[in-house]
Design a protein around this ligand. Structure first.
Ligand code: NAD
Ligand code: ZN
Length: 359
């Protein structure tokens, strides 16, 4: 199917770009409009928090990213902003990793659409454009800054699914590689690997498109340069990874993930494992499906001396393996992309258990 693809409207990229945030916000402040800032809680009390270009009426929400976003979190954020009685903000600005960027996207959509966040989990359910939104990543890899989704878990229904919509795409990005200097090394690696994994899954899939492939190949090249170098967190490499994440998000926006993400989603639902580390764990068991890519992954792990926490699924009760399977097999599109229409014949309960045991 030929799709009409939307991408981020504008981006500003470069070290120190964060200082330009006031100028990006200025047109959105006309008539005294206020701004809602969603900032990862790690920045509370950090210099960045003091550098926020705050004006009268602005609201700063520090997003607790201990757990990944829930639909109920989005409802609460919107409820609190509405209760301020200031009307709609002129802009929503998300500053943080994937969890915070997704929170800001979801809030922006829900402020202008009635109902609850869970009503919009799915494809193209958002009817009205959200509040103008600016994304400022402080951690590179998920591609949340460029994608057309914002992942949320609905604890009532157990569904982990985003608001997939053209309205979810950021209007403006501010990409400042200086902001990722403080990320802990393991976290930097896990999240960076999300780009690597998105791209290898999409390139190995059955549903390909030439533009997605071009984005993926370039993002993989940059990942290689970053993670096979002596210091993945040098200023130059932080720049490269920010670009890789941007391109990886563009790639995945118009193609599909593969086998890693469904299994990682199982880990997330059953064990609470976070997305990016979960992907790294899942990938280690998939050499049979992605032989060269898994070898390359281990070379990068060794080169950067990071730790991949394995062993959590080695010896679980039978019900837990069943739950892991159930949470994975429902991701039909990516599984079909990776394994073909008969994916259930390949990823049987028994096969899934043997894969999980190796994680
Ligand atoms: P995150 O946002 O969950 O943050 C991980 C940790 O890094 C947190 O403890 C946070 O406080 C910390 N952190 C962030 N920036 C920092 C900085 N500059 N210095 C120090 N600490 C910092 O991590 P993530 O891996 O970027 O995002 C994962 C989330 O992204 C998940 O919720 C996942 O579902 C979502 N995701 C979304 C998409 C999408 O297309 N929308 C794609 C993939 C993943
Ligand atoms: Zn991912």
């Amino acid at each position: 199917m030929i799709k009409n693809c939307k991408q981020v409207l504008r981006y500003m990229f470069g070290r120190g770009a964060f200082a330009r945030l006031p100028e990006l916000l200025a047109p959105r402040r006309e008539g005294g409009a206020w701004t809602a800032f969603f900032v990862d809680h790690w920045f509370r009390g950090q210099p960045l928090a003091a550098q926020l270009p705050l004006q009268k009426g602005d609201e700063v929400v520090f997003v607790d990213t201990t757990h990944e976003p829930k639909t109920s979190d989005i409802d609460q954020h919107c409820g609190k902003l509405r209760a301020l009685g200031r009307g709609l903000p002129g802009a929503v600005c998300g500053i943080g990793g994937g969890a915070t960027l997704d929170t800001a996207k979801a809030v922006s959509n829900l402020l202008t659409n009635p109902g609850k966040a869970e009503d919009y989990q799915g494809w193209d359910l958002v009817k009205v454009a959200g509040i103008y939104k600016i994304g400022v990543p402080t951690l590179s890899g998920t591609g949340a800054e460029t994608s057309r989704t914002c992942v949320m878990t609905n604890t009532r229904t157990g569904v982990k699914l985003g608001m997939n919509s053209d309205f979810t795409i950021y209007d403006q990005l501010l990409l400042d590689p200086d902001l990722t200097a403080s990320v802990p090394r393991n976290q930097y690696f896990y999240t960076g690997m999300d780009t690597y994994i998105h791209c290898i899954e999409s390139l190995n899939g059955r549903y390909r498109n030439a533009i997605g492939d071009a984005f993926s190949r370039q993002a993989l090249q940059l990942c290689d340069e970053v993670f096979m170098s002596d210091d993945m967190m040098s200023p130059e490499n932080r720049e490269k990874l920010m670009i890789a994440s941007y391109l990886g998000g563009c790639a995945i926006a118009n193609s599909f993930v593969g086998l890693v993400h469904p299994l990682s989603a199982g880990l997330s639902v059953v064990l609470g494992t976070h997305h990016c580390v979960g992907n790294c764990i899942a990938l280690t068991a998939l050499e049979e499906f992605y032989p060269e890519e898994v070898k390359r992954f281990w070379r990068m792990v060794e080169k950067q001396k990071v730790q991949i926490p394995l062993g959590a699924c080695r010896d679980l009760a039978a019900e837990r393996y069943a739950a892991l399977f159930d949470a994975s097999i429902q991701h039909e599109k990516p599984l079909e992309n990776a394994l073909g229409p008969d994916f259930r014949a390949v990823l049987t309960r028994g096969k899934a258990e043997s894969l999980f045991r190796r994680m």
